[in-house]
Design a protein around this ligand. Structure first.
Ligand code: PAP
Length: 335
């Protein structure tokens, strides 16, 4: 089946995938960049090796030009659909745990979606405004990004802020992205196939891709600066959640004390941030994330290996081969 054409107009396209927010200077830049189409036939341009929709590139450039981190900020970075929502919730809950210990019923994660509490720089804050007012952001400032480290580094180079990154094996990542897109881009997705999406991922031509270069950008930085960049995988978080959040808390400079471990603080945070708990909350059933996507789309199965229910052996083999080849020699391995 053919992918939907670029000319198809649809009202279910989120703003970051559009082209209407681009200012003249960025239009000129885009016209000079390599271009291609995603699996839906929508325009992508390649900026410093990574593919973006035009509106997102405008915001990426505004982030690079105007956003400067503070030492106390934490940036939750991820490849889309790799576990962002979970890592946002955990990071928020860990760094703010002392504020809500005595009144857990007022915890913000019970009434707000993790994407509201930890907004994306290039998809939320800088998408409508090149210099958003960050003065009211509570301390520590928690921000998120899908930008690769290469593009983020301008904003973080003058501070000692912390960056936490999650990625996920490509097969589950693609299957998750497929369901996500089908959840909110109902008419736009009509007439496309998972096979076409996989082909675009295997070519590396997809939003924020190539996948492997994205992961490698943070992998390399975390190897060189382990106090600066925390690197984890969705699979590791699922397999050993307690060990991973203890590691995360240590990295963030607020390790769980022995007393906290004894009184169940680690498990409380894991429960609060679990897929089951978040998915059941009214806000996440009926609310909208800042990017206008219904919150419910961010919560699905959360299973490692769900790809087996969706991909043929041939599709899986192709993806394993290309990822294996691209990551060869880096030390980064996906099971
Ligand atoms: P984003 O990049 O668009 O923000 P992201 O949160 O990275 O999306 O990915 C959503 C995936 O994380 C979904 O995976 P699935 O499609 O394989 O099910 C979603 O179910 C999963 N997810 C969301 N919240 C949690 C959570 N609290 N714990 C575990 N997995 C979660």
């Amino acid at each position: 089946m053919e992918a939907a054409s670029q000319d198809t107009r649809s009202d279910d396209i989120p703003s970051f995938m559009g082209e209407d927010k681009v200012r003249q200077e960025c239009k000129s830049l885009i016209s000079s960049l390599p271009s291609d189409k995603d699996f839906l036939g929508r325009n992508l341009c390649n900026y410093n090796g990574f593919w973006f929709y035009s509106n997102t590139l405008q915001a990426v450039i505004d982030v690079q030009n105007h956003f400067r981190t503070l030492d106390t900020d934490v940036i939750v970075a991820s490849f889309p659909k790799a576990g962002t929502t979970w890592l946002k919730a955990l990071t928020f809950a860990i760094v703010n745990r002392s504020k809500y210990r005595s009144n857990p019923e007022n915890h913000p994660l019970l009434s707000q979606n993790p994407h509201t509490l930890v907004p994306f720089l290039e998809i939320d804050l800088y998408s409508e405004n090149k210099t958003p007012d960050l003065a009211k952001v509570p301390s520590p400032g928690l921000f998120a990004t899908h930008m690769p480290f290469l593009l983020l580094q301008e904003s973080v180079k003058e501070s000692s802020c912390k960056i936490v990154y999650v990625c996920r094996n490509l097969k589950d990542n693609v299957v998750s992205a497929w369901h996500f897109r089908r959840g909110y881009m109902i008419s736009e997705m009509h007439g496309t196939t998972l096979k076409l999406m996989i082909e675009s991922f295997c070519r590396g031509v997809h939003f924020c891709g190539p996948f492997w270069d994205h992961a490698l950008s943070y992998w390399k930085e975390s190897s060189e600066n382990p106090d600066r960049v925390f690197f984890t995988k969705y699979e590791d978080m699922k397999n050993e959640p307690r060990a991973q959040i203890k590691r995360l808390a240590r990295f963030l400079g607020c390790p769980f004390t022995e007393e906290e471990e004894m009184n169940g603080s680690v498990d409380e945070i894991l429960n609060l941030c679990s897929l089951r708990s978040l998915k059941d909350l009214e806000i996440n059933k009926t609310g909208k994330a800042p990017c206008s996507i219904d919150c419910k789309n961010f919560f699905r199965k959360g299973e490692v290996g769900d790809w087996k229910n969706h991909l043929t052996g041939e599709m899986a083999k192709k993806m394993d081969e290309i990822v294996g080849m691209k990551l060869q020699g880096s030390g980064l391995v996906f099971e």
